[in-house]
Every structure is written in C-alpha cells, then in structure tokens.
Design a protein around this ligand. Sequence first.
Ligand code: S3P
Length: 189
Amino acid sequence: MAVGLRQPSTKPRFELTRPVFLVGFMGAGKSSVARKLARMCQVSSLDLDTYIERSAGKAVNDIFAEVGETGFRAIETEALKTVAFKRDPMLVSCGGGIVCQAENRSVLTQGGFVIHLRVDALEASKRISDTSTRPLFNDLAEADERCTTRMPLYEEVADATVDTIGKNVYQIAKEVQRILTKEGVLCQR
Ligand code: S3P
C-alpha cells in the first residue's frame, strides 16, 4: 500500500435517528459509557457537565459554590435545551440531577430516547474515586436517600433501563447498543 494511503475503515458506521440521553445517579457510568459507545459506533457524544464547565469556564464544584444548586440547575436546563434541539442527534450523558426539574424531564422525553443506567449509592460510592468533585455526594447515607428519591424520576423518563451493577463499561455500552439498535434509534449507514 502506498505510503500515507489509508485503507477505508472496515468498521461498520452508525447514525442516530434521535438524540439519546443517558440518565442515572452519580457513578452510574453515564460519561464513560457514552464515550465508549461513541467510539464503538463512530457517533457524536457530549457530556453535559463538561459542556457546562467549558461554557462557564469553571468546574461544576465552583458553580455550586458560587450560585448554589438552584443556580446550577438553571444553567443545566439551558445547556440541556441547547444540546437537545441540535440538528444532528447525539449521544448525551447527563448529570445525575437532570431529572429533578420537571422542565428537563419534558425536554428529555420530547424527542429523545432516554436510557436509565441504574446503580445504587453503595456501588456508586465504590466507583467514584474522589467524591469531593461531587458537591451532592457527601456521605453514603445522604447519597442513598437522594438516590432512592430520584429513582422514580429516572424510571419516569426512561424508555429503557440497564442495570449496571456487576458490569464493566464495555458490557454496559454493548447492552445500550443492543437496545438502541432494536428500537431503531441506532442504524447502520
Ligand atoms: C449531580 C451530578 C453530577 C453533576 C453535579 C450534580 C447530581 O454529575 O451534574 O455534581 O445532582 O446528581 P454526575 O452524575 O455525572 O456525577
């Protein structure tokens, strides 16, 4: 083969027919799964917290310190609306508290396909190496209560749920891929 000439990729390429939102409690693996699946299927992905941090020029922790949870939620809603209505559908990993606002729940379910990555607080605490980066994960008892309160909201918006406990990122991504393919949301080009 000539130097510099690249063989066309034999990997199947996919496209999304609708935006896909990954929701679930902190530590569910939303960002890692979105990244992995995007790489596996060559589709675009976006992490909503990273988008917020880049737009604000500061970390989520600092936003919480400056404007509190209420201020953060308002920023989060604006960010969600911006990415949800983009022309090209993307795989979006959302912050764990996205379901707390009724307005967000209706944006998620309006045109998107929502997958709940289920985790419990104990498993989440094992996965999050540094909980100081999570302003709302202070101790296990509080996280457990918050997780239990939010569970019906995750289920309310979810088109499908994937249990993540005991699975690695690749296994979860494959499961999400299977669901999206079966539902006609992820199609081969
Ligand atoms: C939050 C979860 C975080 C981040 C913020 C608030 C929450 O995202 O949006 O700290 O309320 O559960 P992750 O779920 O990605 O940790």
